[in-house]
Design a binder for this molecule. Sequence first.
Ligand code: FMN
Length: 252
Amino acid sequence: MIHNPTIDAMLNRRSVRSYTKERPSQEVIETIVRAGMQAPFASQLHSVLLSKKPQGPFGAPLWLTICVDIHKLELFMAARGWKRKTNDLDMLMFGAQDAAYLAENMVIAAESLGLGSCFIGSAPYNADKIAEEFSLPPKVMPLVGLVMGFPAEDLPPRPRYPLSYSFFEGRYPELGPAELAEAMEAMDSGYLAQDYYRRAKAKLLLEDGREDSYTYDDYSWTEHISRKWGQWYETPEELLEQLRKRGFNPCP
Ligand SMILES: Cc1cc2nc3c(=O)[nH]c(=O)nc-3n(C[C@H](O)[C@H](O)[C@H](O)COP(=O)(O)O)c2cc1C
């Protein structure tokens, strides 16, 4: 593996869930957003909101929301005498990419300035409340929250799948029991070594009343993620409702 300051900053990044009260200066904030905006884009289908609330989740002094923004595009298309023909699903797919690449660029820029950050995934499900707080026009959809500030914790980076479970040259391989076991072991032993879920008190409950045989001694990432996607959001209605309220109709 090659190392240089950029690669090392990326490899050492981890989500931060405890912050000092110190508020980064306006210059720092604007530098981070501007660096974020230099990410590749399909059509700059994004906006960044900064809450006026003094604290966000985890006591973070900065609480940002990254939005998919089709409103601004439509404004200048109208100024040029154009009307959008492209459907909302395609626009949301491109917009989610524009917003996500911007957001991750902001994370790396923040890291380089000594700030930590953590994404907050609930934003799309609170889109109506966020829309009210920020007087969002239609066609602006909160994609993800992003809290930032100076870290009050210094924890090691979290594990990732082995490269052999993620990077496929030429052909997607058959992922058999050996590859699966290696990937699950890398993730689960990595999180257990950090006592990650016990420290975060983040064990998800079994919703069907089944007896839970896991304790924080063996509850780790693959069980956690299985419990999320094995129990949550069976129908798309909640998200579709929020999208509709924001002026999108991705499934006409
Ligand atoms: C779309 C998205 C939503 C997330 N939502 C949350 C969240 O609501 N709360 C939280 O503590 N972390 C959240 N995270 C952070 C992930 O839990 C974290 O990135 C992941 O566990 C890997 O850990 P690391 O960032 O420390 O490497 C989210 C990350 C993403 C990309």
